[in-house]
Structures are given as C-alpha cells and as structure tokens.
Design a protein around this ligand. Sequence first.
Ligand SMILES: Cc1cc2nc3c(=O)[nH]c(=O)nc-3n(C[C@H](O)[C@H](O)[C@H](O)COP(=O)(O)OP(=O)(O)OC[C@H]3O[C@@H](n4cnc5c(N)ncnc54)[C@H](O)[C@@H]3O)c2cc1C
Length: 291
Amino acid sequence: MILASVEYAAPQSLDEAVALLKKNTGARILGGGHSLLTEMKLQRISPPMLVDLRNIQALRGIARRSDGGLRIGAMTTLVEIAQEKDIQERYAALAEAAKSTSDPQIRNCSTLGGNLAYGDPAADLPAALLVFEATLNIFALRGTRTIRVDEFIAQSLKTGLATDEIITSFDLASVAVSTDSAYEKITNRATGGAICGVAVNVMRASDGTLGACRVAVTGATKHAMRLPAVEAALKGKQPTAETLAAADWVGEEQNFISDLASSAEYRAHLTRVLTKRALTRAIARAKVLPS
Ligand SMILES: Cc1cc2nc3c(=O)[nH]c(=O)nc-3n(C[C@H](O)[C@H](O)[C@H](O)COP(=O)(O)OP(=O)(O)OC[C@H]3O[C@@H](n4cnc5c(N)ncnc54)[C@H](O)[C@@H]3O)c2cc1C
C-alpha cells in the first residue's frame, strides 16, 4: 500500500515540536515509525503532518540519575536498551524484553516512547517498565507532567496523551544489589508481539526469603498489568517450589483475552508457566547479602 501524501517536519526542539502539533490539527508525532507508518499505509489514519522527533537530542540517551536510578530518553531505540550494560546488569527484565521484540530491523528503529504511546496490548516493554515502577515525563507548552506507568497504561485505553503532548523520558527507580529481574515471552509468530509475556523483579532478604516482588503480564490481558495477588503470595516466603506455585492463583483473578492466536484458557496457563520461569531465573540471580 502506498502512503498518502503528508507534510513532514523534523524540529530541533521540544518547543518547536509541540507548536507544530498545536498549529496543525491532526498532526501526529513520528518516533521510529514502525506502527504509525503501518497504520497510515493501511489507511486507518491519514494525518496531515508528521512531526518527527529524531533531531531532538534531549529525547535520546540513557543516563544514571543522582539517586542511582536511570533516565531513558523516549527516542531511545529498543536495540540501544537491549545493548546497554547498565540495563543488562541492573534492569535485566527491560533488556530482555527489548531483545525479545520481533527482529533487528524493528529493534533498530522502534523507540521506547513509541512502544508505550502506541498502546499495543501485545507490546513487550510495558511489562518490564511496570516491575520497575517507571514514571513517564511528558512535555506540553502548558507545562510538564509526570505519570506512573501503570496509570498511563490504564488511561491510554481511554484518553492517553493529549494531541500536543510528547513523552520525553522514563525514570526508573534505583535497584538494590539484592534485587534481580527477568522477562519470559511466548511470541505470536504472525506479529512478533507477545501472546503472553511476564516480567518479574524480586528482592532477596539476608535470610534468603523473598522481599518485595513485582510481577507483570503483557499480551494476555486487555493491557499490561501487575499481578498483586501473586506478588503478595511471594513476599516473605522462602523461594521453594510450593511458594512459586502461588502463581497458580492468577488464573482466577484476571480476564484473559481470547483471539485467533490463543484462547483465554491458554493465556492463563502461559501466565502461570512464564511467571514461574521468570521467577526461577530472577531468584537464582538475586544476591543474598549477609545481614
Ligand atoms: C512487524 C512488527 C513487529 C513488532 N514486534 C514487536 C514485538 O515483538 N514487541 C513489541 O513490544 N513491539 C513490537 N512491535 C512494535 C514496535 O517495536 C514499536 O514499539 C512500535 O512500532 C512503536 O514504536 P515506534 O518508535 O516505531 O513509534 P511510531 O510508530 O513512530 O509511533 C507509534 C505511536 O506513538 C506515538 N509516539 C511515538 N513517540 C512518541 C512520543 N515520544 N511521545 C508521544 N507519542 C509518541 C506516535 O504518534 C504514534 O501514535 C512490532 C512492530 C512491527 C511493525
């Protein structure tokens, strides 16, 4: 399918970008283009202008924050996330989720901002951002705002971003040395996305028990979400086979989706299996420090 004719602008600054979005009704932000251009080729949308963020340097890069956490620019590509040593070592689930996406061409161009903003329930990165309790920084001419990733994902089904708002970066909190994480996925071979993906982030106390644990699923439910009952069942327990069996509770709590790729029952089964696999890897990697 041939793209319809469209105006194109590649501003150098955020101010310029939001001014263009405001002035040109219906204009759309262009990140890596993998989803937006596909939508346009399929003639689902026909924006009059694309505002490409590629020249805005403030939206790029991965940097440690003064509190030990991490800031990732919204235009950072998935390959940059997958290959960044600091992310591999401290936020392994995020590196693994980025690495699990489709193929090199997709990873080379797709951006973290686009992956979240597009709101695809089968996207991999949202689950990993959920277990690190990431926050999004969002810019508009009227000011900036910050929103937790769980709130953003839940809202994006209804309201999402205003048309003149740009995600600028993602902040991840600092992680303790006794913490580790993992991401497991069953791929939809037709699309590359997740039929089911599970991210976990676990902390080990000095006696080996599990401290705060975060578990999130994507692809299997209407949008990526934490699994609080599973998290609660793990906290304070020794990581035995019986403890990990707590993941079985999840099937009773969530509304899994059913489509051509998989039934809801199979997605519930995958969620249990992948939760255990991800927990097993993360628990084995998390250091037990002497008190
Ligand atoms: C064949 C194929 C396979 C894929 N496989 C996977 C997979 O396995 N796992 C996975 O997670 N994803 C997958 N994707 C999705 C892909 O990785 C990208 O995440 C997705 O295309 C969106 O990112 P993008 O940078 O290309 O954004 P774009 O396509 O440029 O934009 C997507 C949407 O986000 C908006 N947007 C972009 N950047 C911003 C910003 N900074 N602020 C506000 N709004 C913004 C755009 O206006 C648009 O509405 C696949 C895509 C394709 C085409």
